[in-house]
Design a protein around this ligand. Structure first.
Ligand SMILES: NC(=O)c1ccc[n+]([C@@H]2O[C@H](COP(=O)([O-])OP(=O)(O)OC[C@H]3O[C@@H](n4cnc5c(N)ncnc54)[C@H](O)[C@@H]3O)[C@@H](O)[C@H]2O)c1
Length: 338
């Protein structure tokens, strides 16, 4: 992985070797100089909306690449956030049983989280990330200037994922990230040390458990409850902020089961508050939400497999029955943040 000042220099060398480039259409619209340097016959534009993270989109991409006669020794390049990454990497993982790909992450979430770890994901039938594979990029090139055109909401989304790594590791930077958030929104280059620490925490775990069979499971903290929130709100809430609410809800359930002190729940709730989106929680369809939880891909029975917390640095895997008690606890939680 490399931090660079000008993504265009690194891109030019890759394009010259005939790479096909999948670029987020918003990035292409905003960063016109970068995209102008890519020959039309090497460029594919993709709208980064969750409803595009589908087999249909992957099929369109694969067919276009096949029509363009891409060879197994040519590279695929993804320029964008997690959605462009997931569709491109998934397609790359099955084309010729594995085509090398290079990633230029353009969102905070992609720079601080998804660019390493090798997971590719596609939604199926309204179920989030149901399909996927492991297919890491051969190179990750991070240019922080991409963050300057990102909406504040998408910055908050990245902050949600960074917080989840920090709480996994009980990072001493956690409070500083929240305290500095307003400043960082207007000085986005300032995210660099936070990105580096987030990636270092993630790397230390995936080096031991690349295929998510043990310790890496704990990175699902906030995700089970967050994915269900994304699905139940038709993706009105972005991924990282849904994860923030998901961590807070996981803590609420941990406190209810006597695993987390009420005072610690309150302290962490205040921390998360800076990253919880404005939303009319009273309108959340609880049936829809519980249905989404029940169909989470990590469940191995009719119960809910999730990560709960005894505090920062003390996460653990737990199974909860999906029953009236859980429904009541979740109802109470959303009532309390309204
Ligand atoms: N594969 C993994 O390991 C992994 C990990 C975490 C999340 N994800 C997935 O990532 C997705 C979320 O990705 P994301 O948060 O990176 O964003 P995204 O790809 O959903 O993009 C968010 C928005 O930002 C726009 N955008 C992207 N870069 C921009 C820039 N530089 N300037 C202006 N606008 C820009 C996009 O067009 C889009 O409108 C979710 O689907 C999530 O499930 C994948």
């Amino acid at each position: 992985m490399a931090f660079v000042d000008h993504a265009s220099d690194s891109l030019a060398a890759i394009i010259a070797k005939g790479a096909q480039v999948v670029c987020d259409s918003n990035v292409a619209r905003i960063h016109t100089d970068l995209v102008a340097s890519i020959p039309r016959e090497q460029l594919l534009l993709l709208d980064a909306v969750e409803t595009n993270k589908t087999l249909d989109t992957a099929q369109w991409l694969l067919q276009t690449l096949s029509q363009r006669k891409i060879r197994r020794n040519q590279q695929l390049v993804a320029i964008g956030g997690g959605i462009v990454q997931d569709v491109t990497a998934f397609s790359a993982s099955i084309l010729y049983r594995g085509l090398p790909w290079v990633f230029f992450p353009t969102t905070l979430l992609a720079q601080a989280d998804s660019c390493i770890g090798g997971k590719t994901s596609i939604n199926l039938g309204g179920r989030k990330n149901l399909l996927g594979s492991f297919h890491p990029p051969s190179e990750v090139i991070i240019d922080l200037t991409f963050l300057e055109s990102l909406s504040n909401n998408d910055i908050h989304s990245g902050v949600g994922e960074i917080l989840h790594y920090y709480l996994y590791a009980d990072s001493p930077r956690t409070q500083a990230l929240v305290d500095e958030l307003t400043k960082l929104l207007s000085n986005r280059q300032g995210f660099r040390p936070y990105i580096e620490e987030s990636l270092a925490i993630k790397r230390s775990v995936i080096e031991e458990d690349e295929f998510d069979r043990g310790e890496r499971n704990k990175f699902n903290y906030g995700h089970t409850f967050g994915h269900a929130l994304e699905a139940a709100t038709a993706y009105a809430i972005n991924h990282g902020q849904a994860v923030t609410v998901g961590m807070d809800l996981a803590n609420h359930l941990s406190a209810e089961h006597g695993m987390l002190e009420a005072r610690e729940f309150e302290r962490l709730h205040k921390l998360f508050a800076a990253n919880i989106p404005a939303y009319n929680w009273a309108n959340l369809n609880l049936d829809e939400y519980l249905r989404a939880l029940a169909s989470d891909k990590k469940n191995v029975s009719s119960d809910l497999t999730c990560i709960l917390s005894r505090g920062p640095g003390k996460l653990f895997k737990h199974t909860l029955q999906i029953d009236d008690n859980l429904r009541r606890s979740i109802y109470e939680y959303f009532g309390s943040i309204s």
